[in-house]
Design a protein around this ligand. Structure first.
Ligand SMILES: [Zn+2]
Length: 216
């Protein structure tokens, strides 16, 4: 999954969010705006800049808005503990193109692998608004994102389980002590390791990277 990075000039410094308790989904209520257009519109509202953390275009391109750790401006009352994701289009009228659906689901799965169990909500679940519109495929997106995350965790779990069965080697010893120090696995002293919690995508990638480095 690729996220286009944008350079924004903020009207005022962004604040770091203290907690993340949900992801809130929005529509832009319009077609054709770039991430920079939304940034300018939100600055015209007197805000620091683009209020969303991610913007998913109809083409399937995903753009970063605010840094994920920053407090957003997208859902009154919930900006302090949520990540805001906006989809291009007006889903009061439109149906979502497959490319946008796939990109949105991949982005949400990516967020969920880093923040397991985070609820996905619509803007209208937390505020008086029609956003993201009656034709927004909320349930389907949620299902797809959660399934992708589960498949990913299963795969990571199987790989981690296999760690305990492999003969020790330089690369696995290093990965094991790292995973143990990170609180991911627990050894019983006899060379068997147990899986303590689901891996994040970064952790899995770091381990896979080390494994491949070890082989090369
Ligand atoms: Zn909204």
């Amino acid at each position: 999954m690729h996220i286009h990075e944008e350079t924004y000039h903020w009207n005022s410094p962004l604040k770091t969010r203290g907690a993340t308790r949900a992801v809130i989904l929005h529509h832009a209520a319009a077609d054709g705006a770039s991430a920079q257009d939304i940034h300018r519109q939100h600055q015209n509202n007197g805000w620091s800049g683009i209020g969303y953390h991610y913007y998913v275009r109809k083409t399937g391109e995903v753009f970063r808005g605010r840094p994920e750790h920053a407090v957003g401006t997208h859902a009154a009352g919930r900006n302090g503990d949520t990540i805001g994701v906006c989809f291009e289009g007006n889903f009061q009228h439109d149906t979502m193109p497959p490319a946008q659906f796939a990109a949105g689901a991949a982005l949400l799965a990516n967020i969920l692998t880093r923040c397991p169990g985070l609820p996905l909500l619509r803007h209208r679940d937390v505020c008086q608004t029609a956003c993201p519109g009656q034709h927004f495929p909320f349930e389907a997106l949620k299902e797809e994102a959660e399934m992708t995350q589960e498949r990913f965790n299963e795969m990571a779990g199987r790989w981690l389980e296999s760690l305990g069965k492999l003969p020790p080697s330089d690369w696995s010893a290093e990965a094991r002590s790292w995973a143990e120090a990170a609180g991911l696995i627990q050894g019983d002293g006899a060379g068997n390791y147990q899986y303590k919690r689901p891996l994040t995508r970064e952790e899995y990638v770091a381990m896979e990277y080390r494994r491949q480095e070890g082989r090369a």
